[in-house]
Design a protein around this ligand. Sequence first.
Ligand code: SF4
Ligand code: SF4
Length: 302
Amino acid sequence: MTQPIDQPVTQPAEQLLILSGKGGTGKTTVASAFIALSKTPAFADCDVDAPNLHISTHATAIPTISDFHGMPRAHIDSSLCISCGLCQQSCRFDAISESCGAYSVDRIACEGCTVCQLVCPVEAIEMTPEVTGCTIVHADAQQIFSTARLKAGAGNSGKLVSQVKRNLLAGIEGLELSTTSNQSFAVIDGSPGIGCPVIASLAAIDMVLVVSEPTISGVSDLERVLAIIGRFNLPAAVCVNKADLDEEQAVQVVSLCEANRIPFVGSIPYNHAMAKAISEGQVPRSEELEMIYERTVQILFR
Ligand code: SF4
Ligand code: SF4
């Protein structure tokens, strides 16, 4: 083991991001195992659309929950509106409707472009902040766990991910720990896919571990997420979960890694005991996970 797992650690200097390219590959399973194996005092869940790292990774500090404001949305003051209809005609997102001469904004459809505010002749429209989610920070002198939750239908998940990461870094600065290891790192559970939240989560990362699955779509999504990581010129490694479910596709994952000169750090076979542990909210353990952890840490600190 590169880092003894029973020693206290220093303030994490490196950040390991765990991505998947698609949902359901076991990304959070690997993240929670890495948090347990490393005994890191700093971790975050950037999957703000469906956060679930807290289920298997229990934070010690009482959470601080704060509203997160996304992009401001238009609001029409009916006491000022003269019902000219210019705002409705100008909104290319069809977010403004009229009923019996009264105009109103659908705040879900509104994209916050401010065009309606500019065309309104009587200044009846103002842009008002919208609570689109919340950040949740468990922080004390010994541990920081940063996560967040986006409201259903809300946008700006990339901005919320950036806030989760800022909260993580602020929490790391507040840690008061003994300094017996120089290989401490923060573990960040990323979002599935390759959209805005993934791009936001890649900022200031030291290494990415991609958890793939042995399916045709899994291999395709792995290719796409590796292309994104390549654009950021970040060190990366790949593992495959439930590798024995389709050995042919598992070989495809390894071949893709070789073609992209990305280290393949191991396979996790389907394991009923592990699946049961996950379903019961426990941290999964296996020899394969420990091997993947060791190889990943070696790449992170080489
Ligand atoms: S801010 Fe833009 S999207 Fe929203 S209602 Fe006004 S014109 Fe439409
Ligand atoms: S542009 Fe202004 S005055 Fe005209 S309908 Fe819209 S809110 Fe009312």
